[in-house]
Structure formats: C-alpha cells, structure tokens
Design a protein around this ligand. Structure first.
Ligand SMILES: C[S@@+](CC[C@H](N)C(=O)[O-])C[C@H]1O[C@@H](n2cnc3c(N)ncnc32)[C@H](O)[C@@H]1O
Length: 215
C-alpha cells in the first residue's frame, strides 16, 4: 500500500512540476537544465518519430550539406548526424543557450573524433545568424522552451539563416513538458514564410518538414 502511495505521489509531483514548468516557460526563458541531459538523451521507444535515427533518416543528405541544430542540448541528434554526413563533407553546427550543454556535446565529439561539427553559444531569438547559410535547420523539442512572445522573432532569425530551398525540420513529442501541437507549429511557420512539406509520425510524436516559400 505504501509503495502505491509513494508511486502515486511521485507521479503527481512530476506531472505538477512539468505543468508549472511549461506554464512558466510561456513567459520566461527556462531551458531544460543541463543536469537533466541524461533524460533528454533517452531514445523513447514509444515516440518513434522523436528517435535520433528517425529524424536523421528523414533528411535529404547531399555533398557539402550544412546543418544547424538549434537547441542541440547534449548532442543526441547532432553527434550521430555529424557522423552520418562526414563522408559527404557535411558540416553540423549546434546552437544552444546553455554553455554547459555545449561543453557536454563538444567533449563527446572529441571522444568520437568528429572534425565536422562546431558550436554557437546563444539564444535563437537574440543571436545574429549568418544569412542564407544552412541547407537544413533542426529544432527538436525546443520550440516550447522559447517564451511565446519571442517565438516569431526567433523563427524569423531562423528563416533568414536557411538557404532559399532549405528545409526546417521540427520534432515534438508529448513526453516533453513543452510539447507543441502540430497546428501550432504549422501556423507559426506559416507566419514566417514556410510551407509544410512532410509529416512523419503521429499526433503525439512527430517530425514536420517545412520549406521556405518562394517570394
Ligand atoms: C529539451 S532539450 C532538447 C535537446 C535536443 N534537441 C534533443 O532533442 O535531444 C532543449 C534544448 O534547447 C535549448 N534551448 C532552449 N531555449 C533555447 C533558445 N532560445 N535558444 C537556443 N537554445 C535553446 C536548451 O538549453 C536545451 O539544451
């Protein structure tokens, strides 16, 4: 009985904590702390579209491809992606608001002997990214961590950084407290000039691909 009560209490604390975090993130920058990196790195078997391998498999890979991983965190996607595109002379840049996350990924990249990855420390909404630079931009479980009133500014900066025929790949999973529904993402991307090209997964865990609308 005690075990049941403690389990119920634990789950309630997690759910309430997650909800409060989500609500506060709508107004304030509260990125996933680096001590939770181990949790971010788990490939959830119940969210196939969120797996690093699924995200990478869905991308077009070609010679000299340049990819920006926004909110790269501990490198769950950025590192295998750099490995995958190394033979194509591809390059990955990881951007993160937290220096500690970048340090973790940098250390792992060194152990793996990767020479085609670099990092930018900063927030998407305030950083000046080079224009028309990236063929692919990834956003995996990060949109909901950007406060609501900063999202359009952040996505406009991203839109400028993507090459004219470039792709933005956005992945969300319901297991993330900052989960964003498909329609919310589609509407936001439309506002900054993107059209939906691909949908992979289901309502609870999906990847959406967007292409810049020709002006
Ligand atoms: C939930 S983690 C996801 C990490 C990684 N994309 C993955 O799926 O494994 C979100 C990451 O986004 C970063 N982040 C949050 N807000 C950001 C912002 N405004 N600009 C850049 N990075 C941000 C956090 O520091 C954190 O590392």
């Amino acid at each position: 009985m005690n075990l049941f009560l403690y389990s119920a209490l634990g789950v309630s604390v997690l759910l309430i904590g997650g909800l409060l975090w989500r609500l506060s993130s709508n107004r304030h920058k509260l990125p996933c702390p680096s001590w939770l990196a181990w949790l971010v790195e788990l490939d959830n078997p119940f969210a196939h579209a969120h797996k690093a391998s699924s995200i990478i498999e869905a991308l077009p890979i070609f010679d000299g491809i340049k990819i920006l991983d926004i909110g790269c965190g501990p490198g769950r996607v950025a590192l295998p992606l750099a490995q995958r595109i190394a033979e194509k002379n591809g390059w990955v840049t990881g951007l993160d608001i937290q220096h500690k996350m970048i340090e973790k990924t940098q250390a792992k990249a060194q152990v793996l002997g990767l020479t085609n990855i670099d990092f930018i420390h900063g927030a998407l909404d305030t950083i000046n990214l080079n224009k028309n630079t990236y063929d692919v931009v990834l956003m995996v479980c990060i949109l909901g961590e950007i406060p609501e009133n900063e999202r359009v500014t952040a996505l406009t900066s991203l839109a400028d950084a993507v090459k004219p025929n470039g792709i933005v790949s956005i992945t969300e999973t319901i297991f993330d407290p900052h989960f964003q529904k498909t329609q919310t993402v589609v509407d936001l991307m439309k506002k900054v000039g993107f059209v939906q090209k691909k949908f992979i997964g289901n309502k609870g865990a999906y990847t959406l691909h967007f292409e810049k609308q020709k002006s």
